[in-house]
Design a protein around this ligand. Structure first.
Ligand SMILES: [Mn+2]
Length: 351
């Protein structure tokens, strides 16, 4: 909260209202529904009866303002803004829906709304020791679940059955829930980077791509492995080796001081020279309380990696009609390199 107040002051933002659940959690520890008002003079959680006690437990030092019939959240925010002498109120314009925005503006009258422009997300980009510990635990859960699922996967299972079994393993191992919808796609479905697991049954000779993450204390992990169902033939093996080499080359380029888009380029140039146009998404992204955070390892992001950044490295090749392959690890930037919390094997596994 102190860092956020300083960042607000540096941007001449006198008051802000935070709605995004990850941002409210980051600044206060509160995980229930509601929003957070912040000005130099006043900080308060606004929530309803269902979460008042929870707010007192999770954020004991923060005043909680209870919304109720006749005192809706907009009216209460207007009171807080007036008490703070706010000239404008910054909100998450990339999150707040139009109707809520309009209701808030109506209640605020002459005080205009303004974009907060990702200020909390910028603070969240570099993780502290406690956050990194949670991410490492989430990664460990996912890695152990992957090891377990390898014993379960059989030809004839559907993608959906694999995804359910993998989710169950993660939950048993302590995950609070999936970091995002688990991807399990096989055969020709592998060319869809974000395929939804369906009724396709695993067949010998095809690839199965698993992209999944666990959560621990709110923090996410993210990993992808592609495995062969039985022996896999030439075209797929070549794809795998190319993705693996690109993945290793990109990891070699990760260090404090490296520029995000340049790491992306290392993997992209290598793949494009062999499979033009087959790697159509960014190399990676930040991971934290939310699965896709700053920075982005892709063209146009000139962020210089620093200790505390946590990013994924996930090149892939996708060929319609044939299938696809992706290999994803995470890199936790340290003062002299990085820690890779994903310790699952990367050489091709043929089940
Ligand atoms: Mn990812």
């Amino acid at each position: 909260m102190q860092r956020f107040l300083s960042a607000m002051a540096a941007r001449a933002i006198s008051a802000a209202l935070i709605h995004r659940p990850e941002n409210v959690r980051y600044l206060t520890g509160f995980t229930g529904e509601g929003c957070l008002f912040v000005s130099a003079q006043r900080q308060a959680l606004l929530t309803d009866f269902r979460y008042v006690e929870q707010a007192a437990r999770q954020a004991p030092s923060l005043p909680c303002v209870r919304t109720r019939a006749g005192k809706n959240v907009e009216a209460l925010v207007a009171e807080l803004a007036a008490a703070s002498g706010a000239e404008r109120l910054a909100v998450e314009t990339d999150f707040l829906c139009y109707d809520d925005y309009a209701a808030l503006q109506a209640a605020l009258g002459a005080v205009p709304l303004a974009p907060l422009s990702g200020l909390v997300e910028q603070l969240r980009a570099r993780k502290d020791e406690g956050e990194i510990d949670c991410i490492r635990r989430a990664a460990d859960i996912a890695c152990r679940a992957f090891k377990a699922i390898l014993e379960v996967i059989r030809p004839g299972m559907t993608e959906r059955e694999v995804a359910i079994a993998l989710n169950y393993e993660m939950l048993k191992l302590g995950s609070e829930g999936e970091a995002f919808d688990t991807i399990a796609c096989a055969g020709q479905n592998g060319s869809l980077p974000h395929a939804v697991p369906g009724e396709h049954r695993l067949q010998n000779g095809e690839f199965l791509t698993l992209d999944f993450g666990a959560t621990y204390n709110g923090y996410c992990s993210d990993m992808t492995r592609t495995v062969g169902i039985g022996k896999v033939d030439r075209p797929l093996r070549d794809i795998y080796q190319t993705v693996l080499e690109a993945h290793e080359m990109a990891l070699d380029a990760v260090r404090p001081g490296a520029v995000c888009e340049e790491i992306d380029k290392v993997a992209r140039d290598f793949i494009d020279a062999r499979y033009p146009g087959a790697f159509g998404h960014a190399l990676g992204h930040g991971v934290g309380l939310y699965i896709h955070e700053q920075p982005r390892l892709g063209k146009g992001d000139g962020t210089v990696l620093q200790p505390g950044h946590v990013v994924t490295i996930e090149p892939g090749i996708y060929i319609s009609g044939l299938g696809g392959c992706r290999i994803e690890d995470m890199a936790i930037l340290t003062s002299d390199g990085f820690i890779d919390p994903i310790d699952a094997p990367k050489q091709l596994i043929e089940l």
